[in-house]
Design a protein around this ligand. Structure first.
Ligand SMILES: Cc1cc2nc3c(=O)[nH]c(=O)nc-3n(C[C@H](O)[C@H](O)[C@H](O)COP(=O)(O)O)c2cc1C
Ligand code: SF4
Length: 479
């Protein structure tokens, strides 16, 4: 049976555990930082490997993949940092956490802020950063207060500031409260916003943050949970950390489970050691569906992840007991919750947010809700994204307001297919088209039936089959 494995969440929600520094110190806090700062240079043949290089190598060895959405190797990202530019290197902790369905970073910030700070300070030390920022979503007012208090406490104990613990290393961290928009979580939009501008994502190339980031200097952007993992990698060693989880999907990850389950909440697992079915149904996790309902669909990685339909089967290459790759057919519920299996099944684990939809769900309504969010949040720089997200939301709004057409299903997919594929500046283009492509692709009959019913009703009432432009303009979408 799959079990929770609490590494980052070890102390969270434990009775008596508080976010203040004294409590953190009583529970072994800042020991990883002390270990990192005490690391001696290593001589290997004719080469001397600096403590910073050793930590960076350990993070590579750990196999840690970013927990913010893309699942990109943290060690590799750090290795891209331009260390020869002569410019300062910045680090930004991405605490925007805006992907619908995701609520894990908040828990860390509210309940164990020093763990995040410790991870950040170590990551900064390892990357020769002397000024770092926490970019926190504007609406997280309490979170910003808690972090400000934690920063003050850390400075008072000299875990931050000049000559940290007598090591000669100096660092300060500032909090920047975000503008309260989903696009502020996209790393280059975030950087623009941090510079005081509208959060318009930058085009890559050339604006890869590792080379041309904040103030056109090399910059590392990492998610809250990723930075917490760094603290544990230093504590246990990269090779030990890599033993947690499964090959290429190492460590632990926090899964936010929401929707139609008995026990919505956040659960930490070893990556790939629990299946989607176990996360939904086991008493240790989601506890199953409510009131004898049947499963209809699962959105496995935040609202932009492609939806899985109950009963869907996937052919996946998996390692057999002899170590050889064999192809296996797996039900959606039997997919291990890891980065690679979900990508192989055509979706993604994204921000680690599982949204469960039972058979009481109106799938057209559900997609309309998601599409309205994306239409509202598109920054508007790229025509396919700005116009596409708006017209998808309008078509779905008409389907949910009795004004649908039979051909709306095809119309929606046609728009969605024309947004991604290198036509937009950032990954939001994909993020807004994937839900439409997958919901309509997998539940097409429900979309067609809704349009057909609307057409019949309008025909019976002697009204035009085409919705009048006046009806279209009443759509409650703010594009
Ligand atoms: C539209 C959009 C929104 C995003 N929102 C967030 C967010 O709220 N938090 C986050 O950590 N990453 C978010 N990301 C991913 C970041 O761009 C970036 O990849 C991430 O912060 C890198 O951290 P990691 O490597 O530790 O995962 C978003 C990406 C996109 C395209
Ligand atoms: S893809 Fe969308 S959100 Fe991203 S830059 Fe273009 S318009 Fe803005």
């Amino acid at each position: 049976m799959a079990q929770e494995y609490r590494l980052i969440f070890k102390n969270i929600d434990v009775a008596g555990y508080t976010p203040d520094i004294e409590c953190y110190l009583r529970n072994g806090g800042y020991e990883s930082l002390k270990k990192a700062l005490a690391t001696a240079p290593k001589v290997a043949g004719e080469k001397t490997i600096s403590p910073q290089e050793q930590i960076r190598e350990d993070v590579k060895v750990s196999g840690l993949r970013g927990r913010g959405g893309a699942g990109f190797s943290c060690g590799l990202k750090w290795s891209f940092v331009d260390r020869k530019s002569g410019k300062p290197i910045y680090l930004i902790c991405n605490a925007d956490e805006s992907e619908p369905g995701t609520f894990k970073d908040k828990q860390i910030i509210y309940k164990d802020p020093h763990q995040m700070l410790e991870g950040m300070i170590i990551a900064c030390y390892a990357n020769d950063v002397h000024l770092a920022y926490i970019y926190i979503r504007g609406e997280f007012v309490e979170g910003a207060k808690i972090l400000n208090r934690a920063l003050k406490e850390a400075r008072a104990k000299n875990f931050l500031g000049q000559n940290i613990l007598g090591s000669g290393y100096s660092l300060d961290i500032w909090i920047h409260r975000g503008a309260g928009a989903y696009i502020c979580g996209e790393e280059t939009g975030l950087i623009e916003s941090l510079e005081g501008k509208r959060a318009y994502p930058r085009i890559k190339p050339p604006y890869f943050p590792a080379v041309l980031g904040l103030y056109m200097c090399p910059t590392i952007v990492n998610n809250v949970e990723t930075l917490c993992a760094v603290k544990h990698i230093v504590a246990m060693g990269g090779a030990e950390y890599a033993k947690l989880g499964t090959p290429n999907n190492t460590g632990t990850r926090i899964v936010s489970i929401s929707g139609h389950v008995r026990k919505p909440g956040y659960y930490e697992i070893e990556v790939g050691k629990a299946t989607i079915g176990q996360l939904i149904n086991d008493p240790e996790f989601g506890g199953g569906l409510r009131d004898g309902r049947k499963l209809k669909a699962v959105v496995p990685g935040g609202s932009s992840a492609k939806v899985f339909k109950a009963g869907e089967k996937f052919k996946l290459k998996r390692k057999g007991p002899d170590g050889k790759d064999t192809e296996q057919e797996l039900d959606m519920l039997d997919l291990p919750y890891d980065f690679d299996s979900l990508i192989a099944a055509g979706s993604m684990s994204g921000s680690g947010a599982i949204i469960v939809l039972d058979d009481s769900t109106d799938i057209v309504e559900a997609l309309s809700n998601i599409a309205e969010f994306y239409a509202h949040e598109s920054c508007g720089q790229c025509t396919p994204c700005r116009e596409g997200s708006l017209w998808m939301a309008k078509a779905l709004n008409r389907l949910t307001h009795g004004q649908g057409r039979k051909q709306d299903a095809d119309y929606l997919v046609r728009i969605a297919d024309n947004i991604p594929g290198g036509r937009t500046i950032c990954a939001f283009g994909e993020a807004c088209s994937w839900p439409v492509q997958s919901f309509v692709g997998k539940f097409k009959d429900e979309f067609v039936a809704r349009g057909a019913t609307d057409e019949e009703r309008r025909a019976a009432a002697g009204r035009n089959l085409e919705p009048a432009s006046k009806e279209m303009s009443t759509v409650a979408v703010h594009g």
